[in-house]
Each structure stands twice: as C-alpha cells, then as structure tokens.
Design a protein around this ligand. Structure first.
Ligand code: ZN
Length: 258
C-alpha cells in the first residue's frame, strides 16, 4: 500500500468501514510512515472531537457560566445607556464560545487517553489469559476439532453464542474451547494451532456497532490483534510471527462472516 492509497482510504479506515484485509494493509503502511501516521492522527482527532464534544451536554459549571454571562449581558443591555461598540457587546459570547471549545478539546483528549488505556489494559489481560491457559495446562474445557461440538458446548455456560469456525484447511486447525474471564468480560476462548504454536481467540459481545476497528500490539513476545464487528469483540493472541497471525486474522474474520 502506498501513501496515495492511504490518503484515499484513511477516512473509511477511521470510520471503521474498511475490510479487515485493507485495514491491516493500511496499518502496516502507517506503522512505517510518519507522514501517514500524522494524517491518520489528525483525522482521528477530528472524529473523536466530533463524537465526544459536549455540544448537547455542557458540564454544569460551564452551563452556569454561560447563564451568568447571558444574564449579565441582558441586564446591562436593559439599562438605558449609549449603545456599546459592537465588539464589546459580542465579547461575553465570544468568551463563552472560546471556553466551550477549550473544554471540548480537553474532554476529547481525556477520552482518547482513556480509550488508549482501556486498549492497553485489555491487551495485557489477553496476554495473561493466553499465558495462564498454557501454564496451568488448562487450554481447553472442550477438546475437539469439530466446531459442531465446540459451539454447542458454550450454550448455557455463557450468555451469547460465539461463532465457531474451523480453519484446518487453511493450516490453523481448531483445538477446542473453554470459558475464560478477560478484563471483566466473560469470554469464549477458542484455541487454534499452527505447527507447535497455540492461538487463543477471545470473543465477547461488544456494543460498538458493526464497524471494524483493528488494533495490533506486540508485548512480552506475544502478538495481539483485535477488532470488533457486528457486535462482537475479537481478540487473538499468540507467539506466532505477526505476518502469520495477520493471515490467521484475515481467514478467521472471513470465515466468521461468511
Ligand atoms: Zn505513507
């Protein structure tokens, strides 16, 4: 993918409208391209501000200040006196507008930080879940390569029905499934295998609509890829090389949404 491709696709990416394959390709380019990183950061900042700016719910302190300003303006204008210069009459309004803008930016910044922290926390929890499953020798509650055995096993054990696909023909056979608890989510864990490597795929319901949003991390020697689509968060973790885990992510996403 080139810088021109990124320029063409970045808005759709920021809106979560790209396919997983395109999103991964775009992220791979952006990771190594400062210009496109800046472009993406700019678009995200604008989107985030538009999404989170308190246009409809101003903080009470700010609302009070605006009311005070309005009251002062109407009191002073009700007194019979020579008309003030136009800029003086508009001054309180400009000040209120400016402070609203500052508050919007500050709130957007805090929320963006919080989202990043939540993602970091979930990444850490996902890696912990992976390590725990391997160390405690508790990889699967239901050991089966048959998705028609694994999927029904979750019924009654968890309050959603995970999509279970087998990717044996693509070189990622299903090993089994288990219940897990990740970052305060009851999660369906599906275990896949690639040669001697294990891949844990954690699924839980996620309210953020149908958009695809991909994040990747590389921490403590583990690779984590996550996205959400059609109301389900998907977090996968393995010590597989990133290109192979990305390949798996594409195939899993395609099979889940066939
Ligand atoms: Zn670029």
């Amino acid at each position: 993918m080139t810088c021109e491709d990124v320029e063409r696709l970045v808005e759709a990416y920021a809106d979560g409208e790209l396919s997983l394959e395109s999103a991964l390709a775009l992220e791979a380019h952006v990771a190594g391209c400062p210009a496109c990183t800046a472009r993406l950061d700019g678009i995200r900042a604008v989107r985030h501000t538009l999404r989170t700016a308190p246009y409809f719910q101003a903080p009470e302190a700010l609302a009070a200040r605006v009311r005070t300003t309005m009251a002062a303006a109407s009191t002073s204008s009700s007194r019979p006196r020579a008309p003030r210069p136009l800029y003086r009459r508009w001054q309180p309004w400009l000040a209120a507008a400016a402070s609203l803008a500052v508050v919007s930016l500050a709130v957007a910044g805090v929320l963006r930080q919080r989202a990043a922290l939540a993602d970091d926390a979930t990444t850490a929890a996902v890696i912990e879940g992976h390590v725990r499953s391997l160390m405690a020798d508790h990889l699967t509650d239901v050991a089966s390569t048959d998705r028609h055995t694994v999927k029904p096993w979750f019924a009654g054990r968890i309050d959603f029905s995970p999509t279970v696909v087998d990717l044996a023909s693509d070189g990622f056979p299903l090993v089994g499934g288990r219940l897990d608890y990740i970052d305060q989510h009851a999660a369906a864990a599906l275990v896949y295998q690639r040669r001697e490597h294990r891949i844990n795929v954690f699924l839980w319901p996620h309210a953020s609509g149908s958009a695809v949003h991909v994040t990747r991390s590389d921490a403590r020697g583990y690779r984590v890829i996550s996205w959400s689509r059609r109301g389900m968060a998907v977090w996968m973790v393995s010590d597989l090389a990133l290109v192979e885990l990305e390949d798996f992510a594409r195939k899993l996403d395609a099979a889940m949404h066939d």
